[in-house]
Write a protein that binds this ligand. Structure first.
Ligand SMILES: *[C@@H]1O[C@H](CO)[C@@H](O)[C@H](O)[C@H]1NC(C)=O
Ligand SMILES: *[C@@H]1O[C@H](CO)[C@@H](O)[C@H](O)[C@H]1NC(C)=O
Ligand SMILES: *[C@@H]1O[C@H](CO)[C@@H](O)[C@H](O)[C@H]1NC(C)=O
Ligand SMILES: *[C@@H]1O[C@H](CO)[C@@H](O)[C@H](O)[C@H]1NC(C)=O
Ligand SMILES: *[C@@H]1O[C@H](CO)[C@@H](O)[C@H](O)[C@H]1NC(C)=O
Ligand SMILES: *[C@@H]1O[C@H](CO)[C@@H](O)[C@H](O)[C@H]1NC(C)=O
Ligand SMILES: *[C@@H]1O[C@H](CO)[C@@H](O)[C@H](O)[C@H]1NC(C)=O
Length: 215
């Protein structure tokens, strides 16, 4: 009996620590699970943030509508006629320009409408340029021949014109603005209006354009 008592008394003593140990062992396990799930959440959030920023970078590189480059490749002079004469100075010629539209968008084509440009002599307009409508595919370059009839008919200052013709050189400028739309995978559609400003000099005796500069 004396052996039983201590055993019985020991048993509950043994039990309590066991249950204590068990509860003590369980509590950290629950905490670890919470820690794990919160860590999981943090990882998921981090992955989402990384994915989001990767998407943003991707979108800003590939889906940002860029304005296509607009340039003139070459200009040739055709049918040049001029009157090198102080009483009635005049000139007529046709400029044949190779217009280049370079679409730098990765996934978007560029469609542009018919547009008008001008060729000027000083502040006066001597020629109208008619750009036909067109389409440039993504990462492609479109080349078009556009001819412009230029005439001195609209110039008012014959004295200045006379001196310019007799000098053999005539400074010309031209301005064109394309109105078009960049359409990226039917997601992003933006109006883009590339402009072209050029300066050049007509050489009467050489029947050619020299010093072409575009901005
Ligand atoms: C240029 O054209 C106008 C009108 O067509 C004409 O009156 C003029 O004589 C022409 N000038 C020359 C040099 O051919
Ligand atoms: C100058 O113009 C007048 C009148 O248009 C013409 O009669 C004359 O032949 C011209 N002179 C030259 C050198 O072209
Ligand atoms: C271009 O000019 C012509 C007349 O010169 C006009 O009929 C046409 O509407 C103009 N086009 C644009 C796009 O402005
Ligand atoms: C443009 O003109 C050049 C020569 O002047 C020619 O080789 C080319 O085929 C022309 N392009 C078009 C689209 O007409
Ligand atoms: C115009 O005439 C003047 C004098 O006759 C001459 O010196 C000049 O070279 C001529 N210019 C052109 C472009 O023919
Ligand atoms: C015409 O000649 C004058 C000098 O005689 C020059 O200042 C002017 O820029 C010239 N204009 C053009 C359109 O070439
Ligand atoms: C105009 O062109 C002719 C022939 O190409 C050349 O000899 C002359 O030097 C040119 N004039 C100028 C001012 O560049």
């Amino acid at each position: 009996m004396q052996e039983d008592h201590p055993a019985k008394s020991l048993a509950p003593v043994d039990d309590y620590p066991r249950s204590d140990l068990e509860s003590g062992g369980n509590k950290p396990k629950v905490l670890r699970k919470e820690e794990k799930s919160s860590k999981c959440l943090v990882y998921m959030l981090a992955i989402m943030v990384i994915q989001g920023s990767v998407l943003l970078v991707f979108a800003s590189i590939f889906l940002r509508p860029r304005t296509p480059c607009f340039d003139i490749g070459s200009v040739t002079v055709r049918n040049l006629k001029y009157e090198n004469n102080s009483s009635s100075p005049s000139f007529n010629f046709t400029l044949v320009t190779q217009v280049i539209v370079e679409n730098t968008n990765f996934f978007g084509d560029f469609r542009f409408e018919n547009s008008n440009g001008t060729v000027g002599c000083g502040s006066e307009i001597v020629g109208q340029m008619k750009m036909p409508k067109g389409r440039t595919q993504a990462r492609a370059t479109e080349r078009m021949n556009v001819s412009i009839d230029v005439s001195s008919l609209r110039l008012s200052d014959t004295k200045k014109l006379s001196s310019n013709i007799s000098s053999g050189l005539l400074e010309l400028n031209s301005y064109v603005k394309l109105s078009g739309k960049v359409n990226i995978l039917n997601i992003v559609r933006r109006r883009r209006n590339p402009e072209l400003n050029c300066f050049m000099t007509l050489n009467f005796t050489g029947k050619a354009i020299q010093g072409l500069k575009c901005y």
